[in-house]
Design a protein around this ligand. Structure first.
Ligand code: PMP
Length: 419
């Protein structure tokens, strides 16, 4: 096995400059099981951050499904194969009845990229509305509408940025922003293609607006001729507790839904769900072939994840355990005024750290907490435009005893924080 130093140097030497590591002292992980990660020296870390290994690291049912299909056949979608049909039929029962088609991809980026292509073709428009600190993926088209990429972000010319529904600081700004952006588009002669939002606003700082605000925004976009694309890469698959999909919490129905991260529990499988007439029109004009998207191994992996999610009632667990976590965090907030806000749904939680009564963001403190937690073997991270919102987003097999361990450890870290 390579030493930690060799891995670090190897990355620097061979991987190039685009990569980033977590933590001041990076973690060298060799094995995962359930909510636990194990480092190269056998130490165990409570993973309270990974929303990809959503049904738990290395879930045996998922591992078994992948291994069985990989030893039988793996090929692309230009041959007939049972796996994709069996998965699609079952999976689509999880969506509102008008969303009855699934195109499979390998990544959330590909799903969003396809969603944009479909939306632009169907509407004949080019304009896209996204939130001010959004992240939607790695392609050049998506990089132009992912402002959270930071200094290197170059806003696309048909891209309008709107305020996230910041329930802590600026209630109502989101729907008002959509209205304003649509008006500006009109004046600029740009026809809207879509409103594209991560329905938990993860990179914007984790927000869940009032349903009425989301409904208003979606209705405005539709009235202007655009589609509503729900990016469920982060909140999907029951993580928000009360519903399978983030959008369902607002009583809105998307035209297209992009999926990824937890869909294969780490196996690269993703997809775009939508109304059949949209795909039919798109398909009349062009074809879509994704070499690895929808291969039988990916389909078996995704199907196994879905079955585990149902069998182990992980959405219900996300709701129950998420509630325990939020209650504990609110108690800490009462003791430590640096906690300005505790928000989120289910096992998707944001804890906003502030440095004074005017709620000035406290990014240094967030970095201190994240790194101290890592030293105490609990993994979380920080998000938002100022990177001052602790992001707690564990595998959905997270139990009350794990919540207690996290809360006790966080209490210790807050007690130690620099003045
Ligand atoms: N949308 C959102 C909201 C995401 O968080 C991400 C990944 N962080 C993506 C899309 C892109 O997914 P992928 O990395 O699988 O391409």
């Amino acid at each position: 096995m390579l030493t930690q130093q060799q891995v670090l140097e190897g990355r620097q030497q061979w991987l190039g400059g685009g990569y980033r590591l977590f933590y001041q002292e990076p973690l060298h992980v060799v094995r995962g099981e359930g909510v636990w990660l194990y480092d190269h020296e056998g130490r165990r870390y409570l993973d309270a951050y990974n929303n990809v290994a959503s049904v738990g690291h290395c879930h045996p049912a998922v591992v078994e499904a992948i291994a069985a299909q990989a030893s039988l056949l793996n090929t692309h979608t230009r041959y007939l194969n049972d796996a994709i049909v069996e998965f699609a039929e079952d999976f689509l029962t999880e969506f509102p009845p008008e969303l009855r088609n699934l195109t499979m991809t390998c990544t959330g980026s590909e799903a969003n990229d396809l969603a944009l292509r479909v939306a632009r073709q169907i509407t004949g428009g080019q304009g896209v509305l996204v939130t001010r600190w959004a992240y939607h993926g790695v392609t050049s088209a998506l990089a132009e509408l992912s402002p959270s990429l930071g200094d290197g972000f170059e806003q696309g010319k048909n891209v309008w940025l709107i305020d996230a529904p910041d329930t802590f600081r600026r209630q109502g700004a989101f729907a008002a922003g959509v209205e304003r952006a649509l008006e500006e588009m009109k004046q600029a002669g740009v026809k809207p293609a879509a409103l594209l939002v991560d329905t938990i606003f993860s990179s914007d700082g984790v927000f869940s607006p009032e349903p009425a605000e989301m409904q208003r925004a979606v209705a405005q976009v539709r009235a202007a001729g655009g589609l509503f694309i729900a990016d469920e890469v982060q909140p999907g698959f029951g993580r928000t507790g009360s519903q399978r999909w983030g959008f369902a919490r607002y009583g809105v129905r998307p035209d297209l839904v992009s999926l990824g991260k937890p869909m294969g529990n780490g196996h690269p499988v993703a997809g775009l769900v939508g109304r059949p007439e949209l795909f039919a029109e798109f398909g009349r004009r062009q074809r879509y072939f994704n070499t690895f998207g929808g291969n039988p191994v990916s389909c078996r992996a995704a199907h196994a994840v879905l079955q585990v999610l149902r069998r182990e009632e992980l959405q219900q667990n996300a709701q129950r355990t998420g509630e325990i976590l939020r209650e504990g965090l609110l108690k800490l907030a009462a003791r430590y005024p640096v906690i300005g806000d505790v928000r989120g749904d289910g096992l998707f939680i944001g804890v906003e750290l502030v440095s004074d009564q005017r709620n000035t963001p406290a990014p240094e403190l967030a970095a201190f907490v994240v790194n101290q937690m890592r030293h105490k073997q609990i993994l979380i991270s920080a998000t938002g435009p100022a990177a001052n919102v602790l992001k707690i987003r564990p595998p959905m097999v997270f139990q009350p005893e794990h919540a207690t361990l996290l809360l006790e450890t966080l209490a210790g870290v807050l007690a130690d924080m620099p003045a």
